[in-house]
Ligand binder design. Structure first.
Ligand code: IMP
Length: 193
């Protein structure tokens, strides 16, 4: 079985990604608990490459990292790469999104995820991107998921991301779209990893 380091400490992401990976013959290795590279890139791709490179070099294995966030159209794409640190607590970040859109008709937003795979030496092998489009609600609905899920409404489903269970979220999420492309690449490259 192939071994790949999943370069994240975010338990929610690990759970989502392990649920997707369980269908494949790939063993996921976690980095040490103090793994925390500085994510100072300007784009989701920059940050995912920083994390994947750091994990590959530390563990001597291929590494997969994702960087993701929320982009709100009326705010010029903010919070973007700053999604995790836009305000101190998750509750404050959600409130900031709601407050920033007060009186605003354009409530369009998207979750973006960039996945990047590096080889055991830290060289870029492949990168993929997934986008999930929605609308920012004026109040929270649902308790599943994490981050901005309770205010991210998906018109096609008539539900917020936080009203979906894990399987439902994994059918449409930015992370699962990016990961599916990545898995196709991994399957095509099995012998070379
Ligand atoms: P990262 O860990 O640097 O990729 O930061 C991602 C941040 O974007 C998270 O901490 C959340 O605030 C937000 N985010 C990314 N993906 C999701 C999602 O699936 N649901 C809700 N919020 C998300």
């Amino acid at each position: 079985m192939k071994r790949i380091v999943l370069a994240t400490q975010n338990k929610n992401k690990l759970i989502e990604m392990q649920a997707i990976f369980k269908h494949f013959d790939i063993q996921i290795i976690n980095p040490p608990s103090d793994f925390d590279p500085i994510e100072d890139g300007k784009t989701f791709f920059d940050n995912s490459l920083i994390k994947a490179k750091a994990a590959s070099r530390l563990m001597g294995l291929p590494a997969l990292a994702d960087d993701s966030g929320l982009q709100i159209e009326a705010l010029g794409g903010a919070p973007g790469v700053h999604s995790a640190r836009w305000a101190q607590t998750n509750a404050e970040r959600i409130q900031k999104a709601i407050d920033s859109l007060k009186g605003q008709d354009n409530r369009n937003a998207q979750f973006v995820c960039c996945m990047t795979l590096t080889d055991s030496k830290g060289e870029l092998l492949y990168t993929s991107e997934g986008i999930c489009k929605g609308i920012i609600l004026k109040e929270q609905k649902g308790t599943n998921g994490f981050g901005y899920d309770p205010i991210f409404f998906i018109p096609e489903l008539g539900k917020t991301m936080a009203e979906l269970n894990l399987d439902e979220k994994n059918k449409i999420s930015h992370r699962s779209i990016a990961l599916k492309q990545m898995i196709e690449f991994l399957n095509s490259q099995r012998e070379n990893l």
